[in-house]
Design a protein around this ligand. Structure first.
Ligand code: SF4
Length: 389
């Protein structure tokens, strides 16, 4: 079965943000031609013999895909078009940083078929953006949104980070949420900061330079965001994501439903169904090695695993709990789930199993609430252990 979703990793960043532990390649001058040649080779090597390959979503993530510029993204989409067809109404997303957006780039992206931009705003407080080592300031972020809209790309998602260390005193989370709401975004993604040990922030934490936000503040920030975004008409449809009805991310929703997806570019992961097996594979995440493998005609694969029964149970539980699609529960789990409902961690629904089949067949579905999402890891571990007995 061919995947209907394609992720493309573009690793380049102008510099590393203090909290970032992604697979990136810091480049002042982006080797656009070299990257695109390698990307085209990977498509040809791994996906050219598929006959008719239809894609519902195409997602350029990073790193910073917008660093490829207007022409670079258009050429990358052109390479995809040599081996696949974008379905009518396909969702085509690029992640962009505000400083890369210009009227010309926005028009070029639109003309190439991009219809959704995920914009790395992170905060509207300029001192906080400096502390994060971001290139842009808040005025640039607001201008980028206006330029994208003027070019006709209205489906713009705003990314923000919450639960910053106590030392970041100028950032007022409520004010950032108000600034975001004032821009009437169709979609917002919010991430609680996690300090990874090998990042600049992790090193600062190790020597006492910063203090991580405590659980209380994480919880306060998260619940405030839920209240303000839902009051503004956005559905809180996944633990980290809010969207207007009809404008939820279709690409990311595919991940949360565990459907197959292809992944290209350094460090990209993909999930394929092979007979009864679910197979995950991932590419070398070092740009120069990924590029060299392809220049020498080799698959840049770094690893591959067949998901075990335990992996699949854990994945099904975790993905089901994290989005409003919810998790189907069985009769012998009912008492445990009803205790969760009693604690306010979610709701239990009886849904038709599948509208295309006998509509009298019903299934029991648990949908986590924001309070449940604050305990997501613990709930997932508990139910996974129960199902794996
Ligand atoms: S722009 Fe994004 S990917 Fe690049 S360094 Fe910053 S956080 Fe990491």
């Amino acid at each position: 079965m061919l995947p209907r979703h394609l992720y493309v990793h573009v690793p380049f960043c102008a510099r590393r943000c203090t909290y970032c532990d992604f697979a990136i390649a810091v480049r002042r001058n982006v080797p656009v031609d070299e990257y695109l040649a390698a990307f085209d080779r990977e498509l040809q090597l791994r996906w050219a013999d598929n006959g008719s390959w239809l894609l519902d979503t195409l997602y350029f993530g990073g790193g910073t895909p917008s660093r490829l510029g207007g022409d670079g993204i258009a050429r990358a989409i052109g390479s995809v078009a040599k081996v696949a067809t974008l379905a009518t109404g396909a969702e085509v997303t690029i992640e962009a940083n505000p400083e890369d957006v210009s009227p010309a780039a926005a028009r070029a992206w639109r003309d190439a078929g991009v219809n959704r931009v995920s914009l790395g705003v992170q905060s509207f407080d300029d001192a906080t953006l400096k502390w994060m080592h971001r290139v842009h300031d808040s005025a640039r972020a607001e201008r980028a949104i206006a330029e994208l809209r003027a070019a006709g790309i209205t489906n713009v998602s705003i990314d923000l980070i919450f639960a910053l260390p106590d030392e970041v005193t100028t950032r007022v989370w409520e004010r950032d949420l108000e600034r975001a709401v004032a821009l009437s975004p169709p979609h917002v993604s919010l991430y609680g900061l996690t300090v990874e040990p090998h990042t600049p922030l992790g090193k600062s934490l190790a020597v006492g330079g910063i203090t991580e936000a405590g659980e209380d503040r994480y919880e306060r920030d998260f619940l405030l965001a839920h209240a303000m975004m839902t009051a503004a008409g956005l559905d809180h449809y996944e633990v980290s994501n809010f969207g207007r009805p009809g404008l939820h991310s279709r690409h990311n929703s595919a991940y949360w439903r565990s459907v197959p997806y292809a992944g290209l570019g350094p460090g990209a992961h993909e999930l394929r169904i092979d007979g009864d097996a679910m197979v995950r594979r991932w590419n070398d995440d070092v740009y120069v090695r990924w590029e060299r493998s392809l220049a020498e005609g080799r698959d840049p694969i770094a690893g591959k695993e067949i998901l075990t029964v335990e992996n699949r149970i854990a994945e099904e539980v975790y993905l089901g709990l994290r989005s409003l699609v919810g998790l189907e529960v069985s009769g012998d789990e009912r008492m445990r789930i009803e205790a969760w409902v009693g604690a306010g961690w979610g709701t239990l629904h009886t849904d038709a199993r599948d509208s295309s089949r006998d509509s009298t067949e019903r299934r029991l579905v648990f949908r986590a609430s924001p309070l449940g999402w604050l305990r997501l890891d613990a709930l997932a571990a508990d139910l996974t252990a129960f199902r794996s007995r």
